[in-house]
Design a protein around this ligand. Structure first.
Ligand SMILES: Nc1nc2c(ncn2[C@@H]2O[C@H](COP(=O)(O)OP(=O)(O)OP(=O)(O)O)[C@@H](O)[C@H]2O)c(=O)[nH]1
Length: 238
């Protein structure tokens, strides 16, 4: 198996943010309810036809007992760079306690997640301020459980409500730059494609971070290193 084909074809994503920013009711629903259908043309051109399938949300919503009592995980398939990818999204209600670095809930989320989407509303300054806290909590827990860098995307939602804007785009960009994250401003209510961009962006980062993880030394290289040490000892004793 080559390095690329050996890569896992699924990505676990946790969506976080304060209440009413549009995480689940709109953001996740937009992504889950539209099922991409793939039609292969003679020219090998792949067309992604987005069809509305509200039933998919109902069918794919499943309860995962071991992660808690009120958590839900949704799944959807997307095509990123021509490869089919299953995206599992952990949707859970916001709780201040659950986000403290020593909380077992956050630790569980971190261990499950390959990446995070942190959502705020551009009309809600407090929800934006909360993103910094979420970043700190993720970083602290990540260090605590000894994980490498976790891909994170910051999303400013409700872009359609310009007249009620409280957070400038530049502030979002600056925060993302300082935290080394991707940044998007979207309207989950009005623009499905921007939501798709967010998920695609994160899935790509997850793939890149997996590629960056060094392959463990194989048996051949271990034998090679041991023989090199013995060969050196023999020449030293001459
Ligand atoms: N105008 C506008 N309204 C939005 C947008 N996204 C979400 N909303 C509205 O914001 C409200 C909150 O959306 P939810 O998806 O329930 O928010 P949530 O973050 O899941 O909230 P909790 O379930 O309380 O954690 C709803 O009334 C949505 O219709 C958007 O992009 N534009």
């Amino acid at each position: 198996m080559t390095g690329l084909t050996a890569l896992r074809m699924d990505a676990n994503i946790v969506v976080l943010g304060t209440d009413n920013v549009g995480k689940s009711g709109v953001f996740i629903t937009q992504f889950i309810k539209r099922k991409p259908a793939i039609v292969k043309m003679n020219t090998c051109l792949i067309l992604i036809i987005v069809v509305l399938a509200l039933t998919v949300r109902f069918l794919t919503r499943r309860f995962i007992g071991e992660y808690g009592e009120i958590e839900s995980i949704y799944s959807n398939s997307v095509i990123v760079d021509g490869r089919q990818q299953t995206v599992n999204i952990w949707d859970s209600p916001y709780s201040q306690e659950g986000m403290s670095p020593d909380s077992t809930t956050l630790e569980k989320r971190l261990q499950w997640a390959d990446g995070f989407i942190l959502v705020y509303s551009i009309c809600d300054r407090a929800s934006f301020n909360n993103i910094s806290k979420l970043l700190l909590s993720i970083k602290a827990t990540k260090d605590y459980v000894g994980l490498e860098k976790v891909p994170v995307v910051i999303v400013g939602n409700k872009q359609d409500l310009q007249h009620r804007r409280m957070v400038l785009s530049e502030e979002g960009w600056l925060l993302a730059l300082s935290a080394d994250c991707q940044f998007y401003e979207v309207s989950a209510a009005e623009n499905y494609h921007s939501i798709l961009m967010v998920f695609h962006g994160l899935v790509k980062s997850i793939r890149e971070s997996r590629l960056a993880i060094k392959k463990p030394a194989g048996i051949k290289s271990i034998v090679k290193s041991v023989s090199a040490v013995f060969a050196r000892r023999q020449t030293d004793s001459l």
